[in-house]
Structure formats: C-alpha cells, structure tokens
Design a protein around this ligand. Structure first.
Ligand SMILES: [Zn+2]
Length: 687
C-alpha cells in the first residue's frame, strides 16, 4: 500500500522524497490525491517528524482506526517529510543557495504577472511545481513553525498592505482551517494568545508574502492548500516531538478526509452509453460552482473528481468539450461526510464553434481602439481580450525561411504557415527570430519576410492596398494560395462583423470606413485615418444617408468580438519575438500564456487520445526551426540558465512517433502537430 516516489525531484544536494499511501498506489486517476509537505523551511523540522509519525500510524492502525481505513479507501495520501533537505542539513530557513523557498514560486503580483515558471526558480520549487502539476492534488497542507495557527489563502495583496485577502473559496478555506484548529488539542483554545479567534488566519491578514507555495498551488493547479504552523518555537527539543504528534494527530487524520471526501465528489460520464457499446464513457470535464471562478477537473480515464466545499447548498456545473453542459443543485452536509454527485453529459452533434462562443459584455470604445493597435507586427501591442475567452497562439522559428533556396519558395512556405493558422483557428502567430544576426534588436531578413507575408495573407484582400505598404518581400505574396478565411468576406457576402479601414474622420461626424462594399460604413467614433478596425454591421444591411451619401450604419467592435460572441474565427495577430524570453513573456493576452507546449522529436511520446493539458485560457504552441528548439536555447542569453529546453514548457511533446523520413519539414510539422494537439486543446480550454 505504499510507494516511494523520487522521479526527477532533487534539491541541489539531495533528493526530495515522497511516500504515497493508498489501497492501490501508483494508479493516478481512480481516486483523488492529498498531500502533506514538511520542512519547506530548513530550520522548521517538525513536519519531518509529523509526516513520518503519520505514515507509521497509518501502517499500524489500518485494521483498527476507521479514519485510517477511510483515508486508504478514498484517496491517495502523499507525504513529503522534507521539501528542503539541504536547509535542514545546514539548519537554515533558506536552501543551499540562501533562497527562501516559500517566496520563490511564481506569483500573480510579480511582473509580469504569471503563474508560469520563470526558469529562475530553485530546484526544490521546480520539483514541487512539477509534482503538483503531474498529480493534480485536490487539497494539501504545508507544515511550518513559529506560531500555532492554520493559515489559508490568499497570501498577497495588490498594494502589499497587510489586510484580509479573500480567495474565491474563502468560505471553504475558513471551514478547512477551522476544523484543523479545532481538532488540534490547543490551537483553537483561548489560551492561544496570538490567535485567540479560533486559531486560524488569512495569510495576508497576518502578514502578506509573495511567491508562496500556498497561493501558487491554489491558483495554478486548483489545489486547496493550508499552511499549518504547528509549534510556537522553531526547532523544538527532541523530548517534545512525541507531544507535538499527539497535539496534531487528530487534525492530520481529519483534514484529508474533510477536504477530499467532505465536500462534493463524484463522476462525470457520457450519457447514452449504448452508443459506446454499452460501456460507460468517463469524461474529463471542468467542474465549477456558481458564483466561484475556481475550476476543478475530473480525472482522465475515470471521470472522478473531488472538490472541497464548506457545508451549504450549491449549484454545480460540469462542462466538457463536445457535450452539453449539465447543472445540478446539491447540498454539502455539515457532518463532514460530503455529498456524491453523478454528471451525465449528452454528446452534441457539432460543437466546432462552441469553443469561441461566450456571453462577454461588449467592449467599450476605448478597449476596442486599444485592441486595434495590436494588429500588425507590433511586439509592444496590448490586446485586452475579454475575460474567459480562450486563445491559441503558435510560434514558428524564422530559420525555416532562412533555409529555403529562393524567395519564391520562402513565400510559399510562409503562405503554408498562414494557411495552417487559418485552418486551425489560431489566434496569434509569433515569428520566433532564431536566425543568427549582428544586432538582436533588428529582426533578421527571414523573420521580417515571414511576418510580412503572414500579415499580408491575414488581411482581407480589399484592405491590402490601404493597409500594407509595397515591399520587395511581398513580390510573390499575391501568387500564393489565399487563406479564404472566414473574416475575408466577399462583396456579395454579409456577416454581423466586417473588417474595414478608416478613410477619413472629423470631430462630431464620426469616421467613414471602407468595408470593401459599394457603400462605406459610418461609425460614431473618431478614429485615425488608415486604422484597421473591426465593425459590427448588424444582421442585415442598414443603409442611411450622410451628406447626401449612402452609408452602412455600424459600430466599432473589438477584433475578439466575432470569436467571443459568435464563435467565428477572425484572423490572427502577427508579432515578431526577438528571443525566447520575448516569445514567452510578451504575450498580448491578459495574464499572459498559461499553457506552453513545445514540440520536438525529443519530446514525450504520449498518444493523442491520452494527452491532457491543465485548463488554460491562453495556450502557446512552439515549433522550432529545422535545427529544433534545442538550437534556439543555445543562442539565447536569457534561456541559457535552462539546462534543458523542455523546462521552458509545461509539456514537451513528440507529435509524430514513427516517422519514416529523417526530417519533417516545418510546414509538415505544423499540420501534423496541430492535428495531433487539437483534440487535447479543445478538451482543456476554460471556455
Ligand atoms: Zn516556515
């Protein structure tokens, strides 16, 4: 019933060890997972003792203690006695590099705000992050010393002031912390002078910190983590360790049961199993609670999920791509036994457009204008995408252009990249400038040509003359197979949205916009002539008269509106990234990329149907040049600190296992990989 785990997790000197206790250890998806982590601060060793005492007790009492039996039957319990063995050896709070590991996690208030690894994390933190992502814990607690209190998220405040920072799950966190404190022999008593109000505290209300494990694990992986301070004095004397175990024993046994089994748990599966040969089809689905933005996912292959929730009545929703959304009202009882629910989702015939649909509020004029500025080769542009609107970006190394024999073939390759982006509804194409060049701030000729052709092809034909300056790079662009994209409306076609370019504008008169039709459109806003705009033109033409001219009535829209509101693919943004850092960090989307996938023949070989990503809003797919992404790393100063290119990404994936040619050309790799990755991307987006 136990399993030692040490896969790849190391500090500078030592291994990070975790022990898994479960009825069937090693099987990841049949049951939810809980973990205790001790000794993240090297000079706070009590967690080492408590986790080992807990392991010993569970092994000894499994035939007698009903709580132990419930734990083993209902979950995988993981124990990591020391997350900072080097700090323990030298008896310091920090690790061997003098870094406080509980300040080293990516943080939502860092600049740029991102929960993605920056690459500068300590080895211990990287290992903890990888472990969190790989297992997908339902809940957890980390053990510290220096006080007697159960601390819960959030740890940071936007203005760094000391004040209560409630998470979306504040009620549930208070519930979990309160129960931990009450099961402790003295944490919740009035004799606990520093925390007389029940022995619990919100992290930031006590003192705000940034880069904590607690906040990262909750925000990045949806795991409900507490930080329990189990001893007022640090490094307590050996003689007191037995007493510390007795004080915490009931809490340590109770918290996993309450968090994993005491909220809502259940299974998501496809209804009408007869069509699947009479076998149940479990589904990976997003589970949400009305009024709370936290997303919890059911597990691949089993459809099992668990979500901590305080007692109360809730409306739960299960959503899976290609299925109808199911809603259920359910009540979590206050006796800690939790509630079980079953979601059966119906298959929908066609949902190709559902990914883009959404009920976002209309962007105001200022936001729309802001978005317009991002169209074009403009690394500094800022697109404010509406909330809850997922996007997929793809990056292609410019060195593929460098390797073509002549400009005609280079143009053809660029057009094939553009067509791949259009066919797979890609929202942003990034030209990664991986070509050797004297001045890294100046794009290489290959990157410039690729970006120009990508932009040319994405622009509707009737706007090209006004928007795209003549350039030798575009000599063959007009001969390439067109995108025929859904936003390239012909003169006889009408759609709710239409791309245009502002002809002229005047204060009080609004702007006249060329939309490629016999009559121009008129919008009330004053926009600079020559600007590309997305217009809402209504379900049917509405012609009016202005100064004796017939014009279409229209209003300014954000370029993301057709996707967000109607599920229509609407072209892609183009930008040039001079480096891997610019590629990963200069995202035009709010919050940056939250899922980065690299592709390589040296990546992991997971079959497409088993591939699962964590839920994302803004995914980035990265394709290297002919020499692979490994070559990009060698020429990149910022990325040099990564020993392995795979560390730059959440996943590093091989998309063609049994290739019969020694080489796969860039244009071939794009179509193979996008076909391979698309189902997993559809399943895992947060829309
Ligand atoms: Zn600590």
């Amino acid at each position: 019933m136990q399993n030692h785990s040490r896969s790849g997790a190391r500090s500078a000197k030592s291994q990070l060890l975790a022990l898994e206790l479960a009825a069937s250890p090693g099987s990841t998806n049949a049951l939810p997972h809980f973990r205790y982590v001790g000794n993240l601060h090297g000079n706070e060793p009590t967690g080492r003792v408590l986790t080992l005492a807990l392991a010993e007790y569970i092994c000894e009492a499994r035939g007698e203690d009903p709580q132990v039996a419930q734990i083993l039957a209902g979950m995988h319990l993981w124990l990591m006695p020391s997350a900072n063995p080097d700090g323990f050896d030298q008896r310091t709070r920090e690790n061997i590099n003098n870094v406080d590991l509980n300040r080293d996690f990516p943080d939502r208030f860092s600049k740029p705000p991102s929960l993605m690894p920056t690459g500068s994390e300590q080895a211990e933190v990287r290992a903890l992050m990888d472990w969190s992502r790989r297992i997908g814990f339902t809940a957890s607690a980390a053990m510290h010393e220096g006080a007697l209190v159960a601390n819960y998220p959030m740890d940071g405040t936007p203005d760094r002031s000391t004040q209560y920072a409630a998470s979306p799950d504040d009620g549930t966190f208070r519930h979990l912390a309160t129960k931990y404190a009450q099961a402790h022999t003295r944490m919740a008593l009035p004799t606990n002078k520093e925390f007389p109000n029940g022995g619990i505290t919100n992290g930031a209300a006590w003192y705000p910190i940034y880069g904590s494990m607690q906040d990262w694990v909750y925000l990045a992986t949806g795991c409900f983590e507490l930080t329990v301070e189990v001893s007022e004095s640090k490094w307590p004397p050996m003689a007191s360790l037995g007493a510390l175990w007795k004080e915490n024993k009931a809490s340590l046994l109770g918290l996993p049961l309450l968090a994993v089994l005491g909220g809502v748990r259940g299974v998501v599966k496809a209804s009408n199993p007869l069509r699947q040969g009479g076998i149940d089809t479990p589904l990976r689905a997003n589970i949400t609670v009305a009024g709370i933005e936290t997303v919890v996912q059911s597990r691949e292959g089993t459809g099992v999920f668990a979500r901590p929730l305080a007692p109360g009545t809730y409306e739960l929703q299960a959503r899976a791509h290609g299925y109808t959304t199911a809603t259920q009202q359910t009540t979590v009882p206050d006796d800690g036994t939790g509630v079980e629910v079953l979601f059966e989702l119906k298959r929908v015939a066609s949902s190709g457009r559902a990914r883009r649909a959404g009920g976002e509020e209309a962007a105001d004029g200022a936001a729309a204008l802001d978005s317009v500025a991002a169209w074009g080769v403009n690394p500094g542009g800022a697109l404010r995408a509406p909330k809850r609107h997922s996007t997929i970006s793809m990056a292609v190394g410019a060195s593929c252009i460098e390797n073509t024999q002549n400009q005609q073939l280079a143009s053809l390759l660029a057009s094939q990249i553009a067509r791949a982006a259009a066919i797979f509804n890609i929202d942003e194409v990034i030209v990664l400038d991986d070509v050797e060049r004297p001045d890294r701030d100046v794009p290489s000729p290959a990157a410039a040509l690729l970006a120009r052709i990508l932009q040319f092809m994405e622009t509707p034909q009737y706007l090209r003359k006004a928007l795209i300056p003549m350039h030798p790079d575009l000599k063959f662009a007009g001969l390439m197979p067109p995108l025929d994209a859904t936003h390239h409306l012909r003169t006889h076609e009408w759609g709710t949205y239409r791309e245009g370019v502002v002809r002229h504008s005047a204060p009080g008169d609004g702007s006249v916009v060329d939309i490629g039709l016999e009559h121009d459109a008129l919008i009330p806003e004053q926009v600079a002539p020559g600007t590309r705009v997305t217009l809402h033109v209504g379900a049917a033409p509405q012609l009016g008269q202005v100064h004796g001219q017939a014009v279409h009535g229209a209003s300014l829209a954000a370029p993301t509106d057709p996707r967000a509101k109607e599920g229509r693919a609407w072209g892609y943004l183009t930008r040039v990234a001079p480096s891997l850092q610019a590629l990963l960090q200069a995202s035009p989307f709010e919050g940056g990329y939250d899922l980065c996938v690299g592709t390589s023949e040296r990546g992991e070989c997971t079959p497409a149907e088993e591939l699962q990503f964590r839920p994302y809003r803004h995914a980035l797919l990265v394709f290297g040049g002919p020499a692979g992404l490994e070559a990009c790393l060698r020429g990149d100063a910022w990325a040099a600190k990564y020993r392995d290119v795979a560390q730059l990404f959440d996943r590093y994936v091989n998309t063609c296992f049994h290739q019969g040619s020694r080489t796969i050309r860039t244009e071939e790799a794009l179509f193979i990989s996008l076909t391979f990755l698309d189902p997993a991307l559809q399943r895992c987006c947060m829309d």
